[in-house]
Design a protein around this ligand. Sequence first.
Ligand code: BG6
Length: 498
Amino acid sequence: MDQNITPHVLPTACDFTVFGGTGDLALRKLLPALYHRDLEGQLPADYRILGVSRSDLDDAGWRAEVRTALGVHVDAADLYDGAVDRFLARLFHLNLDAEAPEDWDRFHALLKDRPHPEEAVRVFYLAVAPKLFGSICQRLDEIGVVDEHARVVLEKPIGHDLASAREVNDAVGRVFAEPQIFRIDHYLGKESVQNLLVTRFANTFLEPLWNSRWVDHVEITVSETVGVGGRGEYYDNAGALRDMVQNHLLQLLCLVAMEPPTYVGRETVRDEKVKVLQALRPMAAEDVDRDTVRGRYDAGLVDGVAVPSYADDLGHGGSRTETFVALKTEVQNWRWAGVPFYLRTGKRMDRRASEIVVVFKEPPHSMFPGAEGTTAPNRLHILVQPDEGMRLHLTAKEPGPGGYRLRPVSLDLSYATAFDARLPDAYERLLMDVIKGNPTLFMRRDEVEAAWTWTEPILRRWAATPERPKRYPAGTAGPTSAAMLLERDGRTWTEPDQ
Ligand code: BG6
């Protein structure tokens, strides 16, 4: 059978190990996601969750931490005493010092301490600093726990630039074959992002319009109200381009721009996404100066609450790290040549809203002479968060006698009302895919490296210029020069509530 479409089966036994088991990601996202899937009865009949960390905790201590985390991160309506207790009983904690061989022996013993250990699918989720990826994989190999059913999950960032991404990929690749490596980009697990594929390719009406003949431009906005919080050290070494654009925003762009694969299979979607990344207009130094804007937040008001500047959040003011990026690019292929793709993302903005807006061209001819009212080009909004859905802006006749009064109206699809079901968190879908061995929604090595290849010249140019990121007050839409990026092309950003 074609490897692309062999069914993904739930194993009967699984040991799901989280390195960084007491960390923020594990407690805030991974364990709540696994709890929800357990509640739905979707985890393998015989599963264990092994938390590995440097914390001096026994099983009971870790279970208590996880119980508290579930209380914070799971809706109260989904917390049933029996279910929580049943879930916690599957959890085991191992205090491990990565440099201590005897600790690795204890880990090995823990993995073996179950009925038929050779039949259990082993998942190793590395929710730790990327500099540890290579050495952890090497240790796993040395203690002999990597068989052909094992899987490793890598959290971003995969590297800091192209060379370091290659190093990470090489180090992990020495132990795990590419199909066993799951590089997670949680945006691909969001319902509305997956629905983008379905909207484009399970319907006929959009496809004939989805090209440079009918599309004027595309905007992708991921705007956050949070600051850098407790992640200052990581963030100050990364910045918005590495933290958000190189992965999440480029992945969204790929799904908007890609060609239809013959079918959705393990490699077919990823094959098409890579082609988009390879078709992005390369950024020469003058393109970077003209088509990118960097910003950094000052103190301000977010939702009426006073918040400190980035420098105060960090506790020092020296870095040139950007907390906001806006840029213009183009997909240089037959379908998209000449259509600008405008991307922007920032922290401490005026609202939390992520959306993709496809703005269509004006009708070729206006056939309503003397019409009153206003018209606007058609726009399709794909609402990624906070409220998932879709909105199509059309021009309609305002009811009433007399002449034509034209008015923009919108067709709204809200997932929450259209589907009477809880929308799972992105990690729930992705962790199930890991357990079942389905890599379709994970980034393949060539994708990550193609994304770095395009991003790196921007980083290089920024590092080479004395210019610093433009300041913007927290609680605004970013620096004014971000607006200029579109205004000079005769366009404006579509704000999320428009
Ligand atoms: C993470 C970034 O990958 O995505 C964070 O490291 C960012 O800086 C987060 O806040 C945004 O995710 P979401 O799902 O809240 O949009």
